[in-house]
Design a binder for this molecule. Structure first.
Ligand code: GTR
Length: 423
């Protein structure tokens, strides 16, 4: 009997310690806290915006500043120089359907510089091509089997799957992520694709000694200031600078550039679209917390969790909202509203609960009144569509079956929507 109570006691203690050490994340809709969705149309003075002119003149920039100061961080000043060089070109790529260009972009400031390579595929028989622009996670050489893709020599994330253990890219990982990049479909649809390995802009680790941030430091500075940019803003900045290149390339239509991104790189495409109004459209694929999903729902990944796991992604000021989402002066539907009136596609995956599909959907719904000011159609109802039943208006949304990923299904929808709203 004594032994039994001792055993029970131990069992109880183990359970208690487990519960304390493993923070629980909410996946139960009935436990989503009640919260106030900040009204995108309500100004700081308490006026309601009723026209697109007033939105642009009286509301947009104040809202943008709130995101800059509290979430993604400000870019600390201008760069000194931006240079481009076409370092490789091929006339017969992607089963003979595309031309390939590899362009080295160099950003300089304070006598320091970083370079990144933009890999571009364009349909052969077309001029002035609309184009999707996106970062990739593991190096340009992983997006397609094309042996001519220049392999990065930057730091890459270790990956058991790809056998990367020393943060060095591997020849054997060529094409390893091709399933996420429906390049032939994109080319057949009349679009181009441009992609950059994000680690060449800023390696994805909590270390601010390298990458784009380091060019901007004053003497002795080692980290961005609390209101200054984290990695997401730096990756977004590189997308903007790539748009500068497109303006110089006669084969590309710089007025039809769609920023695309998956997951953390979807957070990046959204911030790029909000920051640079030259982007003609934006796609957020499974971007989740700090992307399309509403923070105040605290469903799946939370602000505290993302700031703990990835302290370098946002500005330091964002930490003030850890376990304190109620006091955030903004929520992510207002980030989406900053993209208005330009076409915006938010996509979720059914098994990607961590990214809060419902929070991503509602965000698009709550951004819709701003699109309506411009006479554009968004998400008409707060009832989520069935899986694999896209809503395609200027603001589009789908939730597909499957996991956190980019699939051919996703690309099929993006191309169809882009043909209607961007091309
Ligand atoms: C996860 C992170 C998400 C998402 C994802 C990704 O670990 O919690 O916010 O960004 O990484 O980028 O793959």
């Amino acid at each position: 009997m004594k032994l039994l109570s001792l055993l029970l006691f131990f069992f109880f203690m183990v359970q208690m310690t487990k519960a304390q050490s493993e923070p629980e994340y909410n996946y139960d809709e009935s436990k989503v806290p009640e919260f106030k969705v900040p009204d995108p149309l309500l100004t700081f003075n308490g006026d309601i915006i009723t026209s697109s002119e007033d939105w642009l003149e009286k509301r947009r920039s104040g809202l943008y500043t709130l995101f800059e100061e509290n979430v993604y961080g400000e870019v600390p000043g201008e760069i000194d120089d931006l240079a481009f060089e076409v370092i490789e070109q091929g006339e017969d790529a992607i089963n003979g359907k595309a031309i390939r260009k590899q362009v080295k972009a160099t950003i300089s400031k304070n006598n320091r510089s970083i370079s990144f390579t933009v890999l571009i595929y364009l349909p052969k028989e077309k001029s002035k091509t609309p184009i999707f622009l996106s970062h990739n996670f593991l190096g340009n050489h992983t997006v397609n089997e094309d042996p001519n893709i220049i392999m990065t020599d930057a730091w890459v994330m270790n990956s058991d799957k790809l056998g990367i253990t020393d943060n060095r890219p591997k020849e054997s990982s060529r094409g390893a992520r091709s399933h996420r990049w429906a390049i032939e479909k994109i080319i057949d649809g009349g679009f181009g694709l441009a992609t950059i390995y994000y680690g060449e802009v800023d390696p994805d680790k909590n270390d601010f000694s390298d990458g784009l941030h380091s060019l901007f430091y004053e003497d002795g500075q080692k980290n961005p200031k609390p209101e200054e940019w984290g990695s997401i803003a730096a990756w977004s900045f590189a997308l903007s600078k790539t748009l500068d290149y497109f303006e110089t390339d006669i084969d590309i239509d710089e007025t039809k550039v769609i920023a695309f991104g998956h997951s953390r790189l979807g957070k990046t495409s959204l911030w790029a679209g909000a920051s640079d109004q030259r982007f003609a459209g934006v796609i957020s694929n499974d971007s989740g917390c700090g992307g399309a999903a509403l923070s105040k729902r605290k469903f799946g990944e939370t602000v505290a969790r993302i700031n703990t796991s990835f302290p370098h992604w946002f500005c330091d000021n964002f930490n003030a909202y850890n376990d304190n989402e109620e006091t955030l002066p903004v929520d992510q539907h207002q980030l989406l509203a900053l993209i208005a009136p330009r076409p915006l596609y938010v996509a979720s995956a059914q098994e990607d609960e961590w990214a809060d599909p419902r929070g991503e959907f509602l965000s698009a719904y709550y951004a819709t009144p701003v699109y309506n000011l411009f006479g554009k159609e968004g998400i008409p109802s707060n009832i989520m569509p069935e899986v694999n039943q896209p809503i395609q208006n200027t603001v589009a949304y789908h939730i597909r079956t499957g996991k956190h990923d980019v699939t051919d299904y996703d690309w099929g929808q993006y191309i169809k929507w882009a043909k209607k709203f961007v091309e």
